[in-house]
Design a protein around this ligand. Structure first.
Ligand code: SF4
Ligand code: MG
Length: 336
């Protein structure tokens, strides 16, 4: 598989200013602090972490909604941070987003048909008649009847609105869809339907997904590979099976132990994470997870661990990734 999106050493730092005229810089928020990953063609990479870990900022950087402080983003071989003009417009078409909140992301004054057609209009694709035909096709594709084009967003349920959001993103035939917690606002029963729809669309259209989520349970069925973020960095990244069955970072283990196994007799004990997430303005020295890690040693407070391969296609940023005690937990949590 070749990489469609390649992110290298990506960072986004914000100065924090104080004073009446905000003239005094009192600190720096390191929202994204040196992140590298790739999304291969036709695959789903899930980016998972607690709120404030930098996953949404990473999404905004990839979409070029904000500029990076450092690092590079390559899409289909092009340096995203250097293109402009026609090349930039083409990139903006080829990378689309599905938002978390289907209520907020649709304009209440536009019919569903107009909302779905809007990106085609922005990118000068087709004429009014061909766009109308495409809207009908897209509605069918996401499992909604074509006559819904004349209706308004408030007439639909959350799950239906997210289908409309997906149809809108697909209207310009993107290669990569950035999904920013697309099912977090939906009922659990509806989440599975939307996830299944997204998987089905991926297979039919050859889409690649950068799928952002705050817990690992949601990405269990969706992802091919998973990256776990903490305080602006990737702590562990790997093939989903390997990462769920044999997590090598204490933070990933803590997140996984919170997912109940469907069979109660195979449930391990939940290991709650101690302490709070430190502020991204005050990232701890050494391993940034050491203030919450049950295995922290002196070395962890001094030396930042590199993200390194532990087994093929599976890397972790922990000095002791090979020698952590066997927790005796069944993490796989119904992984099929
Ligand atoms: Fe824990 Fe140390 Fe590993 Fe960091 S490097 S995750 S503090 S054991
Ligand atoms: Mg977010």
């Amino acid at each position: 598989m070749s990489a469609l999106l390649e992110v290298n050493g990506l960072a986004r730092h914000y100065p924090v200013k104080k004073g009446v005229l905000l003239q005094k810089q009192v600190g720096t928020v390191r929202a994204v602090d040196g992140v590298s990953f790739a999304v291969n063609r036709g695959e789903t990479l899930a980016l998972v972490g607690e709120s404030g870990c930098g996953k949404s900022t990473t999404a905004r950087l990839v979409l070029r909604l904000i500029e990076p402080s450092a690092g590079s983003i390559r899409f289909d071989g092009q340096d995203v941070t250097r293109v402009d003009g026609a090349a930039m417009r083409s990139l903006r078409r080829r990378i689309q987003i599905v938002f978390q909140d289907p209520y907020a992301s649709l304009n209440p004054r536009l019919t569903v048909g107009d909302a779905i057609a809007e990106p085609m209009q922005v990118h000068n694709i087709g004429n009014a008649a061909s766009r109308r035909a495409k809207v009908q096709e897209l509605l069918r594709l996401v499992g909604l009847a074509p006559f819904h084009a004349e209706r308004y967003p408030h007439e639909f349920s959350g799950g239906q609105r997210q289908r409309i959001g997906i149809a809108r993103a697909l209207s310009v035939e993107p290669d990569l869809v950035v999904c920013d917690e697309p099912v977090s606002a939906l009922d659990v029963s509806i989440q599975a339907q939307v996830v299944n729809l997204m998987k089905d669309l991926q297979a039919r259209l050859g889409l690649s997904y950068l799928f952002i989520a705050h817990d690992l349970a949601v990405v269990k069925h969706m992802a091919d590979r998973v990256a776990v973020m903490y305080l602006g960095r990737i702590m562990e990244i790997g093939d989903k099976r390997s990462l769920f069955r044999d997590p090598r970072h204490p933070y990933t283990r803590a997140l996984l132990s919170a997912i109940p196994h469907p069979d109660p007799s195979r449930r391990g004990k939940v290991v709650p994470l101690g302490g709070d997430v430190p502020s991204p303005m005050n990232i701890p020295p050494g391993c940034r997870f050491h203030t919450r890690c049950p295995f922290a040693q002196e070395r962890c407070r001094q030396e930042e661990p590199a993200l390194r391969d532990i087994v093929p296609s599976h890397a972790a940023a922990c000095h002791f990734a090979e020698s952590l005690p066997d927790p005796g937990l069944n993490y796989a949590g119904g992984l099929s």
